[in-house]
Ligand binder design. Sequence first.
Ligand code: ADP
Ligand code: MG
Length: 450
Amino acid sequence: DFWTHCLDHFQGILTDQQLNTWIRPLAVDVESDKVVVKAPNRFVAQWVKDRYINQIDQLARGYFEQSYPIELIISEAKAAAQAKGRPAAVAEAAPVESATPPRAGGQVVLDESRLNPLFNFDNFVRGKANELARAAALQVADNPGAGYNPLFVYGGVGLGKTHLIQAIGNQVLANNRRSIVRYIHAERYFSDMVRAIRTKSFEDFKRKYDSLDLLLIDDIQFFAGKDRTQEEFFYTFNSLIESGKQVIITSDTFPKDLEGIEERLKSRFSWGLTVMLEPPELEMRVAILLNKAKQESETLDEASAFFIAKQIRSNVRELEGALKRVMAYARFHQQPISVELAKEALKDLLAVQNRQISIENIQKTVADFYKIKVADMYAKKRTRNLARPRQMAMYLAKELTDMSLPEIGQAFGGRDHTTVIHACRKIEELKGSDLTLRRDYNLLVQVLTG
Ligand code: ADP
Ligand code: MG
């Protein structure tokens, strides 16, 4: 079970003494919507909170293929069920509709929808990078099966695909408790299917999918090269769509670019609506950090949020990771979060990144990209074919470096900071309306930060 899995992990990295003092005294209950970790006293609880809870959280993510909130409580009685090596709350945790028998090996039966209630629309921060995807998701959530079908969401890692589609699932369930919803990661679908074939319960497997009102299938790129799985999914997909049931798919690429996936599936994936999640822009990253801190009842001032957001650009998951690190560091040193403290807490991380991105690097990369001379970046000429790349470079400098607007202006041939503001506004605006420019931007960010 899950706790055994955790013990195995900790056994590998802790001494016997540490293990006996901090980990073995814990009892763990896996409930339908959270994992409850019980510590025998305040002291152990604090210690575990400071050093191990993040790892338990990570382990839960891997084990259940989604994240569960981890609740740490103080409880004298070591859960009786724990002694038997099985989490207690299993039977009660499974809702009535999902009365599937527990799987062999004492595995936990989770809510059949497998949705994490923490992924909802309320805490999904909006911004340019996800505006369209979010709007489409909201529509589908309020009209499952009756609009865009399938909804295909794609984007790089950590950009919110899983969060967004689970938000749809949670919303559909909130609107109608009786809807049969299922979230599944493509890898899990594959392994469930293999197991069903092996245990001759394939018909049950099929039936379970054919009876859904909403199927959320995550990271479909994992179907690559798995022909039998693709074939099976093809029938399930068709049957659901034909009977007006909603299908939502995520992937790391645009449907047509999926490798190792049958053509007929790829073309069906594009039947409905395809939306992209993009890397969040600076303001959105700040909003996400402030939001997250609020959720954790942590005080985070805007200056520190901006500092962290400026440093961590690649995706939301890393952003959250950085915030966690800063929070842990602050707690450990019993100091409030500040820019200075964040700088210290993220030192190792930043050392790697900052070496790469200098203003010269940005100017050179952008100039190469648009096939102009680097010197044109500082030149006074205002011809349009030079102005746009220059604006792009200024905007990237604002997003990717620590430089202030006057400093950026200075680096571009002594321009005024209002010119930089204007450039940034222009690019922001074009990113919303000009698909080519948006692609250029994303590509440049990738090249510069990759
Ligand atoms: P993906 O599935 O694309 O790899 P996830 O959905 O797992 O990404 O998102 C990674 C983390 O970032 C999750 O903790 C998620 O809650 C958070 N996240 C992503 N996008 C947003 C957003 N717009 N607002 C708030 N949190 C977000
Ligand atoms: Mg995901």
